[in-house]
Write a protein that binds this ligand. Structure first.
Ligand code: CA
Length: 357
């Protein structure tokens, strides 16, 4: 009995002392409020909800010491002004992808995806373990912005078309929404690339303002209703084999955080990076089944000669980008060295396994 009472009292003692300490902790809370601007429509599946999840994780893991409020595209600023907003501190954090800033930093495109380049798993490996992150940080440093990988689409689809693509000729004169380096490749194949935020794709395709569009993959494309605006759904996504989504953070806002909160922010990004990738894989499978069986979408493979031509043009475009400035050259050297090594391994592991299973 005595022992039990002692434990009970000791327990009360612990509770009492922590309840005395608690107000001091609460008092120490500065109540940091961050705005997160995104390039996605608010709550858009995986991309928008992933950004929401990142905000929620930061708030939860910090015990509410940082509260992050998410804004969809156009709510606070237009989709493609996310980088500038974070750079000047209008928002402390942003979610998007690096190729959207190519007008400002051309070599940023290496950190999204490279046509015929690395897939999502390989990209993440390069960023985390191949020196990619350091190069990305250096690239954004002059803008007072810190990048973090925060999601990956994995291999995308080639896109939605209202006519069949039987030869390279069919790409000529084609007005297609396709961002980044893939857009430049299409241009060299005779097409007219345009970039539009995701939220504008359905209307643009439906009204004929564009002839074709790519977006992400079955799950995201179906969410926009693209199957109601085009007949043919082509694969593979040669232009985006594993697009890294990024969280960008205002450097001053990040530097102002104590070390534990900095760790929470960067690790929340790691969680979301993995989580979005797995969510895409799971939901794309389900959505593809629905598109084929319920909506009778004609899923087609791009012809070999078209893929071969696009590959040649892709190499040209990537080489040219690498020659634009010293930073681009440095990034490309790191990327291509890593790609060569990881590819030799993936060729005898992932690739061969896909073929034999
Ligand atoms: Ca895309």
């Amino acid at each position: 009995m005595k022992r039990r009472e002692f434990i009970k009292n000791a327990g009360i003692g612990v509770i009492a002392s922590s309840s005395i300490a608690a107000p001091a902790i609460v008092h120490a809370n500065t109540g940091i409020k961050w705005k997160m601007v995104t390039t996605w429509p608010k709550n858009f599946p995986v991309l928008g909800t992933g950004a929401n999840e990142l905000a929620k994780l930061i708030t939860q893991m910090s015990g509410g010491r940082i509260k992050v409020k998410v804004y969809g595209a156009k709510e606070l600023i237009p989709a493609f002004e996310v980088f500038d907003a974070v750079s000047r501190g209008t928002a402390q954090i942003g979610h998007g992808s690096a190729y959207y800033w190519k007008g400002k930093i051309e070599e940023a495109q290496f950190f999204s995806t490279v046509p015929y380049g690395m897939n999502g798993q390989e990209m993440t490996s390069w960023l985390y373990y191949g020196g990619g992150m350091q190069l990305w940080e250096e690239t954004y440093k002059p803008f007072g912005v810190i990048p973090l990988a925060a999601g990956n689409t994995n291999v995308q689809m080639a896109g939605w078309f209202n006519k069949t693509i039987n030869s390279v000729k069919d790409l000529q004169g084609l007005k297609m929404r396709i961002p980044g380096l893939g857009g430049e490749v299409l241009k060299r194949a005779g097409g007219t690339p345009v970039n539009l935020p995701g939220g504008e794709l359905f209307t643009a395709l439906k009204t004929g303002a564009i002839d074709a569009t790519e977006w992400v993959g079955p799950y995201n494309d179906m969410a926009f209703g693209l199957h109601k605006a085009a007949k043919y759904y082509y694969y593979p996504g040669w232009h985006e084999p594993g697009t890294t989504l990024e969280a960008i953070i205002n450097k001053k806002a990040y530097a102002a955080l104590p070390k534990d909160l900095q760790a929470i922010v960067s690790n929340a990004c790691k969680v979301v990076n993995q989580d979005m990738s797995t969510e895409f894989t799971a939901k794309n499978g389900v959505a593809l089944e629905t598109l084929v069986n319920k909506f009778h979408v004609d899923v087609k493979r791009l012809p070999d000669d078209v893929l071969a031509k696009l590959k040649t043009l892709s190499h040209e475009v990537v080489q040219e980008l690498a020659g634009k400035n010293t930073n681009a050259k440095k990034i490309y050297a790191s990327y291509s060295k890593f790609y060569k090594q990881v590819r030799a391994w993936d060729d005898i592991s992932e690739k061969i396994y896909y073929n034999i299973r």
